[in-house]
Structure formats: structure tokens, C-alpha cells
Design a protein around this ligand. Sequence first.
Ligand SMILES: [Zn+2]
Length: 137
Amino acid sequence: MVKWNQGIDGGCAFCKQQLETRDHLFFRCTYSSSLWTRLMCQLMGTHYTEEWSNLILFMSQSPLSRTQMFLARYVFQTTLYMIWRERNARKHGEKPRPQETLFRVIDRQIKNRTSTIKTQDKNLENAFQAWIVSVGT
Ligand SMILES: [Zn+2]
């Protein structure tokens, strides 16, 4: 966008210090990386990463259990959505929401989703418990 329009503000809506790129937003920026750490550090364990390309590898290689991968993918997509929405809100002049608020919204959404899993898939039934243990909420 910066290349197309020299007048545009291509800076990161969160830290305002770096150019906004995919890799910066997800999850090199201090705002998104601290959120990502809180959500995923425990769940991903030794696979934990803040690098987009490594995350895509992690998601495609599925190195963890079915329940853990289900959680990881759901947290991943929810977090991308929430960060992008917050980024757009800030670009449109709305009041910035702290990282803590996004954490609580995402945590609530994961709990709502995992507490309503009623399937033949016994492995996924403990996802709610696994999430609470992993994130400590
Ligand atoms: Zn930033």
C-alpha cells in the first residue's frame, strides 16, 4: 500500500515504530507477540514460535495431539481475526483496546467453543479442560 500511495500511513497501528507487514503484525510486534505468548506458549511447548512461516509449518505438520492441534488452530484463527479487527479499528480512529482485553475476548471464545463440543469424537471432549490447564484462566 505504501508503494501505491506515498501519502498513506504504512506504519504499524500498534507500536507505531515498524512498517506494517504480515510478519510484523503476526507476531513480531510487541503488542501481538505478548498476546500470542500468553495464549500459546504453554500449548505449543517446545514448538512455540512467533514466526509466521514456522507457524504455518507447525499447523500443517500437526506435531501435537488431536486435541492440542484443534485448540492451536482455533486459537490461531481467532487471534488473527481479533488482531486484524483491532488493527482496522485503530486505523479508523477508534479507541485502542489493551492486549489484556483481546486476551479475555479470545479466551472467552475458546471456552465457549470447546464447552459446547458434543461429538462422537471422544478425543475432542477434553479440549475445554486442556485449554484451561494450558492458559491458566
Ligand atoms: Zn508493531
